[in-house]
Design a protein around this ligand. Structure first.
Ligand SMILES: Nc1ncnc2c1ncn2[C@@H]1O[C@H](COP(=O)(O)OP(=O)(O)O)[C@@H](O)[C@H]1O
Ligand SMILES: [Mg+2]
Length: 288
């Protein structure tokens, strides 16, 4: 990993609370987030890592956001402590921005309640104002009130966000240029990364039959073949993901391919916007 001079000089020990990392795709956000996580752990801090990108996720399967807490004395990534996961149901924030903001807030609260002093929040690359990216970042900043926002920009693409933040606002703003070692990833590489993350998640999956009258179904019992679904606890956190293989409308049951062993503590089935092939783990949008 290339550690630019400016990264070394980041005074990260000072802000406690949420450190939010923003920038367009392929700016090195996730790489910087891991670097900062390691440095804070090495200083003996209790750190949580919030993987907030349901497209190119690092801590969990795609279409989710995962928070993991570091264990005392541990520096390695991924953090080995308890995890909390929220289901977004899509690999792009478009059309799911409220879900993303709510998930980030719920995970940040979980981190605080678990005793994290600092939460490193790695965000999606959607920053384009024309696509709602500016409002998405502003909403997150408003709600989470991060102690610091670290912005990585190459070509003034973050100016609509940074110009007001520079003139004040709740968060300390730290501006960085991308590392020269950053390599952009094309759509195929991104798809392959998602397939690998799904494949890892489902590596010891089996078949589980679920009676859908025993739980809430969001949005309702209209299923698509190979649809990605989440089994959630009463607080809305993911107990396990599943791929929907069969739906029996007579018996009112669905058959899932899932690593989840039991339905204990599961109170809802949430349907995603994508289908995942359980052999190749390639995903595609479900038209609804
Ligand atoms: N400082 C760095 N040194 C080496 N490789 C890097 C560095 N920053 C990013 N990369 C590489 O560039 C690619 C994109 O980086 P990533 O951190 O995933 O960006 P982002 O999260 O902003 O999309 C990855 O393949 C990553 O390994
Ligand atoms: Mg990333």
């Amino acid at each position: 990993m290339d550690i630019p001079e400016a990264w070394e000089q980041l005074a990260v020990a000072e802000p406690r609370g949420v450190i939010m990392i923003v920038g367009a795709p392929d700016m090195g956000k996730s790489t910087l987030a891991r670097h900062l996580y390691g440095r804070l752990c090495a200083e003996g801090r209790t750190v949580a890592f919030l993987d907030g990108d349901p497209g190119q996720s690092t801590l969990g399967p795609p279409a989710t956001m995962t928070l993991a807490l570091g264990l005392p004395g541990e520096v390695a990534f991924p953090p080995g402590g308890p995890q909390w996961r929220r289901f977004v149901g899509a690999v792009s924030p478009r059309g799911h921005m409220l879900t993303l903001v709510v998930a980030a807030a719920r995970l940040a609260v979980a981190a605080q309640m678990a005793g994290a002093e600092t939460v490193i929040y790695d965000t999606t690359g959607l920053v384009d104002p024309a696509q709602g990216g500016l409002n998405l970042k502003l909403a997150k900043i408003n709600l989470l009130q991060p102690a610091a926002v670290i912005a990585i920009q190459r070509d003034n693409e973050l100016e609509p966000l940074l110009a007001p933040l520079r003139r004040g606002g709740p968060a300390r703003l730290i501006e960085l240029a991308p590392s020269e070692a950053v390599s952009p990833r094309d759509q195929l590489t991104r798809q392959a990364h998602r397939a690998q993350q799904f494949s890892r998640y489902f590596s010891d999956a089996h078949t589980l039959s679920v009676a859908w009258d025993q739980m809430a179904i969001f949005p309702g019992p209209v299923f698509a073949y190979n649809q990605l679904v989440a089994l959630e606890d009463p607080a809305g956190f993911v107990r396990g993901l599943g791929i929907l293989r069969q739906a029996d409308f007579q018996k009112r049951r669905v058959v899932l391919h899932t690593p989840l062993a039991s339905l204990a503590d599961v109170s809802a089935l949430r349907l995603g916007d994508l289908a995942v092939d359980p052999r190749t783990y390639r995903d595609q949008r479900v038209m609804g």
